[in-house]
Design a protein around this ligand. Structure first.
Ligand SMILES: [Zn+2]
Length: 469
């Protein structure tokens, strides 16, 4: 068995089965389109969505936009002005009221973070009471699941008005999530794919850079925000619903009985004319005309006062590197195929944290138990993220090793970069054989439209026992 060891490399064969090119490409799964939204609203309390519902009604009913809402708390510490339930029971009630209110506008993508209501104007109290890090992580996961084009949240700033610390905290978290959700170095286990099909810890979410963030405010003087962003008439009649946008927003607010029981009960008894009069009166109306949004920032070409969707081309940005403050070294020198998984994570980690002197294996390497499946994780960078990409992978393995999956032609979904993996079954060997064993090499080559896009090598040492890869 002299061949086991270095000599075996001489017997490496290109494992390219006959007829491979004739097979139809294997399709790599895309993110779940059912959860994709155009607008993600991040607020603090159940009923806060009411601050922007006239605008949301316009976008949902007449622009066919998909909207999701995230609440920071479940509202359990507030008062109950409708019935006697309090505390955790009230939190359950208010969560259901909020879900029902959203459903009235056609919004079914609704999440609640684990924040606790905080009676304070100091955003620090709210961030501390909410569990800043845990809830940021959760919110970033929601960004990566819903992949919003636009984010709208409470203004993270101090003004005379209600000025609730929880409202500001929602704005802080939304801004932080906007900045980091596209960076795979942030909460990296969320974007890591399982190396084995049923691994339960990794989420395989999509790094996502939203394109714009806007805010709204409960400052007493809302005129001070004129010209700081786009504004929209709440009195305009919805073309599809034949009602003014404020009326659609009012209808969506009626489930919030534990908050506004008198107003809602009263409104239900009024005629349309009486409601109109009440809402037009600045002292009793719920919204001001026009409704003003405050421009935060954009990863798209547009000016602050332009329409919210101006300059936005739906879909992923050309490259996720836009969100990164560091060089993605793995794809340098024109390569579009690189090693993925933990190797890619650590390459980015070293770049991000300036650890250029940290020792690194000369080539990616790993030891696995003989007879188990070794996985070569790959990452493929797209030239055009708006289009699916066709890729052919061919893998060379040592003699006696068997490619289980990850070989042949693939259609990758339209995105900035795709993770894919090659699985190889290693041979069962005796203790004697393993003693003489040296690391052996797997080589994966990629092409797109017959043009090479890079090559990945992984050195694998087979051992009598090893932790699962
Ligand atoms: Zn609130």
């Amino acid at each position: 068995m002299r061949v086991l060891g270095k000599d075996l490399l001489l017997f490496v064969t290109m494992a390219m089965p006959v007829g491979l090119l004739a097979q139809s490409p294997q399709v790599i799964k895309a993110p779940d389109e059912r959860f994709k939204v155009d607008i993600l609203v991040v607020v603090a309390h159940p009923d806060d969505e009411g601050g922007v519902t006239p605008y949301l009604a316009r976008e949902i009913y007449d622009e066919h936009k998909r909207v999701g809402v995230v609440y920071g708390t479940r509202g359990g510490s507030g008062g109950n002005d409708y019935a006697r339930e309090h505390g955790p029971a009230l939190a359950d009630v208010r969560e259901m009221e909020a879900r029902e209110a959203c459903t009235k506008l056609g919004i079914t993508k609704v999440w609640f973070l684990d924040g606790k209501d905080t009676a304070s104007q100091n955003v620090m109290n709210s961030l501390a009471n909410w569990g800043h890090g845990t809830n940021l992580e959760k919110l970033v996961g929601i960004f990566r699941l819903t992949r919003p084009e636009v984010v709208i949240s409470w203004l993270p700033s101090v003004f005379i008005g209600e000025n609730h610390g929880d409202h500001q905290a929602a704005g802080v978290l939304a801004t932080e999530a906007f900045d980091v959700a596209g960076d795979p170095q942030e909460f990296p286990s969320q974007v890591a794919g399982a190396t084995k099909r049923l691994e339960p810890y990794l989420e395989n979410l999509t790094p996502w850079q939203a394109k714009k963030i806007y805010y709204f405010s409960d400052a007493r003087d809302d005129q001070q925000f004129t010209g700081k962003g786009p504004s929209y008439s709440i009195k305009e009649i919805s073309a599809s619903q034949k009602k003014p946008y404020w009326r659609l927003a009012l209808n969506a607010a009626t489930p919030h009985l534990t908050q506004f029981p008198q107003e809602i009960t009263q409104i239900e008894k009024l005629s349309d004319e009486q409601i109109e009069k009440m809402m037009s009166d600045p002292n009793t109306g719920w919204w001001t005309e026009p409704e003003a949004l405050i421009f935060g920032k954009a990863a798209a070409q547009s000016t602050p006062t332009e329409d919210v969707f101006a300059g936005i081309k739906p879909g992923p940005l050309p490259t996720q590197m836009q969100a990164m403050k560091y060089e993605d070294t793995i794809f340098s020198q024109g390569n579009r195929l690189g090693i993925g998984g933990p190797w890619l994570y650590y390459a980015r980690f070293r770049a991000k944290h300036g650890l250029s002197l940290l020792p690194v294996a000369r080539e990616p390497e790993i030891a696995v138990k003989a007879g188990t499946v070794v996985v070569v994780p790959l990452q493929i960078l797209h030239e055009d993220p708006a289009e699916p990409m066709n890729v052919t992978l061919s893998t060379a393995v040592p003699e006696g090793w068997k490619i289980v999956s990850g070989q042949g032609q693939f259609t990758l979904p339209a995105e900035a970069s795709t993770a894919i993996q090659v699985e190889i079954e290693t041979p069962v060997l005796s203790k004697e054989e393993l003693k003489k064993m040296q690391a052996q090499e797997i080589t994966v080559k990629g092409t797109t439209n017959s043009k090479p896009i890079g090559e990945v090598r992984l050195r694998v040492l087979l051992e009598a026992s090893a932790l699962p890869q």
